[in-house]
Design a protein around this ligand. Structure first.
Ligand code: SF4
Length: 211
């Protein structure tokens, strides 16, 4: 059985392994490996994103760190007490998560930010193990449909019973699943997701978890 964190040279997705090797050659000073989950083992909140961005988390080695999505996500987490410190787009910025963990449905950077269905299914083994290892989870935020489906897959829940919608909430298994559009630059630039829409999701999570 897989542990919750893949090794640096996880071999299971050949296309992503090839891309990882290309990035290691082109950018030997970048992280260029499956990006580990970030947060605390006593997390009550798990946030699930899609996959590392090539020059964001794939470069820095910390989820959502180094690209626009991190600016919005980490500031929102600080504002709602799920993180402390200052986010400086650098894994050494001293930012700490409070009772929260962040992971991705796919741990390796995919070309054009688009993992294939088989890669999502394969990496779901690690998402399932990650969720199993966090006994205290009471809330999960899925950033986008792929993360939402990944969480349901990890739980063995039927997707048709829990359709994705921004702001949607589902009681599934032992916790509540909160859905949000992904906080990508594309979604915010096109107005699909505004910072206020994003904040409302985390306000609901805070209400659900209490202080
Ligand atoms: S995406 Fe996941 S399963 Fe696939 S190679 Fe990377 S860590 Fe392994």
């Amino acid at each position: 059985m897989a542990g919750p964190e893949p090794g640096r040279d996880c071999p299971f997705c050949p296309r992503l392994v090839g891309y990882r090797h290309e990035q290691r050659k082109a950018h030997p000073d970048w992280f260029n490996a499956p990006v580990p989950s970030f947060g605390t083992a006593d997390a009550r909140l798990l946030i699930v994103g899609l996959a590392p961005g090539v020059s964001g988390a794939n470069r820095t080695g910390r989820p959502f760190t180094g690209d626009y999505a991190g600016d919005l996500l980490y500031q929102t987490l600080i504002d709602f007490g799920f993180a402390r410190g200052f986010y400086r787009a650098d894994p050494h910025d001293g930012l700490t998560l409070q009772g929260t963990m962040i992971t991705n449905a796919v741990r390796c950077v995919p070309p054009q930010n688009k993992p294939l269905p088989a890669e999502i299914r394969t990496c779901n083994t690690f998402l399932r193990a990650r969720m199993d290892a966090l006994a205290g989870i009471r809330a999960v935020v899925a950033l986008g449909r792929i993360a939402h489906d990944g969480v349901l897959g990890a739980l063995g829940a039927r997707k048709s019973a829990f359709p994705f919608s921004h702001g949607g909430e589902h009681d599934v298994g032992p916790f509540r699943l909160f859905d949000s559009y992904h906080c990508s630059r594309y979604n915010t630039n096109t107005g699909v997701l505004t910072p206020e829409m994003f904040r409302k999701v985390f306000a609901r999570v805070r209400e659900h978890l209490g202080s």
